[in-house]
Structures are given as structure tokens and as C-alpha cells.
Design a protein around this ligand. Structure first.
Ligand code: 2IT
Length: 447
């Protein structure tokens, strides 16, 4: 393979699909050398086949808002690759959602899911629906309308969506309610992230954040260091930041910043569990304002409009919100402030310039597809429980999650160790994930 030739072809075929092209380039650059040692991959055109999704569904979603106005949105599901299992990946509701975004997320999902070593293919979906300011009734009607179109293309052995940005437990409940009605069966494996009591798994809500902190803990240990007293800056205040903050407190670290689209909330003494609990209310309100934390906890949390979490001095920086949320200048500011570790928790949270700046400074950088894999891994554990009609305790799920994250960490080290002994986590995660998928594709023939 020649990365430049492949990218030139892709750019011509998919002009303007920036995020998708960025995600593909990163993976191909990481795997190029290893790939070229396998002539059987080249012969089967593994890369040329892998970069294009198996199929993409686009559909119109119509619903009626609280004022009686008819609203039209676009819904999507990208079924990317099923070499390792049925398609699996979240649904994102956000006004910026488009095919390029879902293709990049679906592409990343293939390798992330492979890293978990569970039988999960890669997919992603969502809609350009903005939950900000919507009432509970509007959210329900939108979810029902969305599923009215999607239901035929999902199922436990076909494609199993979960939540992502803008889709949490409440939305999964509404989506599942309509799925069950249309499919005329209680097929719990058709969606994950369900609430506990009707097919959900304990620890699934916490899993992405917990898993991320298990991974960060290993990065810190690798440097003979500990989490005790470490200052962590998180972006966002959604489900992922909530889980990460909970585990960070447990590990003795201090979360000194969270952020939102409106600005940053600095918490010099570290976030408390009371504040972490309040993050759930902030998300449920659909206001999408981090300032609410400062208003609720005056004297403890301080809001600055228009600033990012990366402006706050910290030891560990963890983007937990959206893609490309850390740019090169942000990374330079973090480095100048003495950051020691950067762990991307959001999918493609850091721009290529930011990653390069961190790596060139000799600071460990870990990519989202490894750090945030605990979420989808626990979705895989939810599917296992659904299929076996069993329910594991929180301790059992958490122990499996920890083992999976430790195994992913070890894989990244195995495949990412450089000649000088340093670890390139980006390369490690990409090669480890890619090899599993490529070998499965090879074994299954030209399909
Ligand atoms: O980015 C992700 O891994 C997710 N949004 C979760 C996917 C899943 O199927 O649990």
C-alpha cells in the first residue's frame, strides 16, 4: 500500500468529507509498514475494501414539536465492517451530524471494537437533531420517529446501536420502546445502553469514563508515577466526563476543570461527588451550559465564558466531548502549563497538530479508540448478558471491564513500542486493531 495514492483516490471520490479522510489517514499511516510486510493483505486489497463502509442508510425523520410545527431531520446509519461481528456503535444526535462525521466515527469504531477482543463489527449512526432546549416530549417523539425508519436494519445479530453524544439512557429507552413495538419482539440485544431492569447492564453508564481512567492509570504507572493528587482537566460534562470524574476521585486524583460549549468551569480544590451527581441534572436539563455548575456551587466552581478546559493548568488532559476539540495551540498551552499525560477520551478529540505537539514534547499521548473502548466493551458485555438471560453484579461487570482495558493497554504497548523504548500509543492501537480485522477479512474471502 502507498498511503498517499490511496488518500488521493479517496479525496477525489469523497471531496469535502474532511473528518472521514482525517481518520482514515491516521490509521493508514500507522499500519503502512506492517501492512507491507503482508503481501496477502495487498493481494486481497484489504485496505481498499476496508476504507469504504459496507453500506450507508440515509432517511428522513419527521416529527411535531411542542408548538405544533412539523420538523424534518436527516437520520443515518453507517454499517461499516462486520468481519468480527454484527455492526456495533453509537447513535449521535447533534446538529453537525453528516455522512462524513458518521463515516469517521464508524471507521474508528471498527478498530476500537477489535481492540476489545469481543465479537463486534463497526458501525455508527445518528441524526442532525439538536437536543438543546428540547422538552422531554419532543425528545420522545423524535426518538420514536427516528426508530420508525431504522428498525428494519438493526437487531441483535445484525446491528446493535448504543448511545453517543446527545443519546443517553433516556433516548435509548424511547428508541427501544418503538423498536419493540415495530419488531413485535422483545429483542434486547438490538440496542445497548438500556436501563438496568429491562436488559441494561450495571456499569454501562459509567463504563466509558471508568475504562478511560483505568487506561490513564496504566499510563501513569508506566512512568512509575501514581494518580494520587494528579490534576485532571476534562472537557464536557456529559456521560463520559461524569464517569471519568467519578473514577478519578476514587483513584485519588483531582478534577480541576470541566467545560461546555459556553466555556470552562474551573474547580481549584477538585470536583466533589456532589458536583459529579449534579452533572447528571445538567445533562438531563438539555440546557447544555457548564455555567450551571458555577451557579450551583459558588465559591467552589468558577465559570469563564468562551474558554476551553485546556486553559486550566493540569497534569492530565482528557478531551471527553467532541472531535477536534483540542488544536495545536491548545496543546502548546497545556505543554507550557506542564501537562504530563494526554489521553483522548472523545473520538478523535485531538487534531493532528495537537497530537504531534504532544508527542514531539515527549509527553505520552493515547488515542480515543483505545482509551474510550470501555464503553463499547461494556455494551458487548450487555449483549452477552441479554443473550444468556443473565445479569451480572456491578463488581462482576467492573472486573471484566478492568481486564479488557488492561488487555487493550498491553496490546498498545506490544504494538506501539519504539526502538528507543518509548510507546507510541497511536501506532500501537491502530496496528493491534487493524491486524485483527485484516486477518478476519482475509479468512472470510472476497465479500
Ligand atoms: O464511541 C463509542 O464507542 C460509543 N458511542 C459507544 C458504542 C457502543 O455501541 O456502545
Amino acid at each position: 500500500m502507498n498511503v498517499q495514492t490511496i488518500m488521493t483516490n479517496l479525496e477525489a471520490k469523497h471531496p469535502g468529507e474532511k473528518e472521514y479522510l482525517q481518520a482514515v489517514r491516521e490509521v493508514l499511516e500507522s499500519v503502512e509498514e506492517v501492512y507491507n510486510q503482508h503481501p496477502e493483505f495487498e493481494k486481497a486489497k484489504i485496505v481498499e475494501r476496508l476504507v469504504e463502509p459496507d453500506r450507508v442508510f440515509t432517511f428522513r425523520v419527521v416529527w411535531v414539536d411542542d408548538q405544533g410545527e412539523v420538523r424534518t431531520n436527516l437520520g443515518y446509519r453507517v454499517q461499516y465492517n462486520a468481519a468480527l461481528g454484527a455492526y456495533k456503535g453509537g447513535l449521535r444526535f447533534h446538529p453537525a451530524v453528516n455522512v462524513s462525521m458518521l463515516k469517521f466515527l464508524g471507521f474508528e469504531q471498527i478498530f476500537k471494537n477489535a481492540l476489545t477482543n469481543l465479537p463486534l463489527g463497526g458501525g455508527k449512526g445518528g441524526a442532525d437533531f439538536d437536543p438543546t432546549g428540547k422538552s422531554d416530549g419532543e425528545i420522545m417523539r423524535f426518538c420514536h420517529a427516528f426508530m420508525y425508519e431504522l428498525w428494519r436494519n438493526i437487531g441483535a445479530d445484525q446491528d446493535s446501536p448504543a448511545g453517543d453524544v446527545g443519546v443517553g439512557g433516556r433516548e435509548i429507552g424511547y428508541l427501544y420502546g418503538m423498536y419493540k413495538k415495530l419488531a413485535r419482539e422483545h429483542s434486547t440485544g438490538a440496542l445497548t445502553g438500556k436501563s438496568y431492569g429491562w436488559g441494561g447492564s450495571l456499569i454501562r453508564p459509567e463504563a466509558t469514563g471508568f475504562g478511560a481512567m483505568y487506561y490513564v492509570n496504566r499510563m501513569v504507572k508506566q512512568a512509575n508515577d501514581t494518580m494520587e493528587g494528579k490534576k485532571i482537566a476534562l472537557s464536557g460534562f456529559g456521560n463520559v466526563a461524569w464517569g471519568a470524574a467519578t473514577k478519578a476521585i476514587e483513584l485519588g486524583a483531582k478534577v480541576v476543570a470541566i467545560s461546555g460549549p459556553d466555556g470552562v468551569c474551573e474547580i481549584p480544590e477538585g470536583i466533589t461527588m456532589e458536583m459529579v451527581d449534579y452533572m447528571l441534572e445538567m445533562r438531563a436539563s438539555n440546557r447544555n451550559k457548564v455555567q450551571d455548575m458555577a451557579d450551583k456551587f459558588p465559591g467552589k466552581a468558577f465559570f469563564t465564558a468562551g474558554k476551553k478546559a485546556w486553559s486550566v493548568k493540569c497534569d492530565i488532559a482528557c478531551p471527553c466531548a467532541f472531535q477536534n476539540e483540542m488544536n495545536e495551540d491548545d496543546a502548546k498551552e497545556l505543554l507550557a502549563n506542564g501537562v504530563q499525560y494526554v489521553a483522548e477520551v472523545s473520538n478523535m478529540g485531538c487534531q493532528p497538530g495537537a497530537i504531534a505537539a504532544v508527542q514531539n514534547a515527549g509527553i505520552p499521548f493515547a488515542p480515543g479508540k483505545a482509551v474510550n473502548a470501555g464503553g463499547v466493551a461494556t455494551s458487548g458485555l450487555e449483549i452477552c448478558q441479554n443473550a444468556g438471560h443473565i445479569s451480572w453484579t456491578a463488581e462482576e461487570v467492573d472486573a471484566k471491564l478492568q481486564k479488557i482495558m488492561n488487555d487493550i493497554y498491553d496490546l498498545c504497548v506490544e504494538y506501539g513500542k519504539e526502538a528507543d523504548g518509548s510507546i507510541n500509543y497511536v501506532k500501537g492501537a491502530n496496528i493491534a486493531g487493524f491486524m485483527r480485522v485484516a486477518k478476519a477479512m482475509l479468512a472470510q474471502g472476497i465479500v
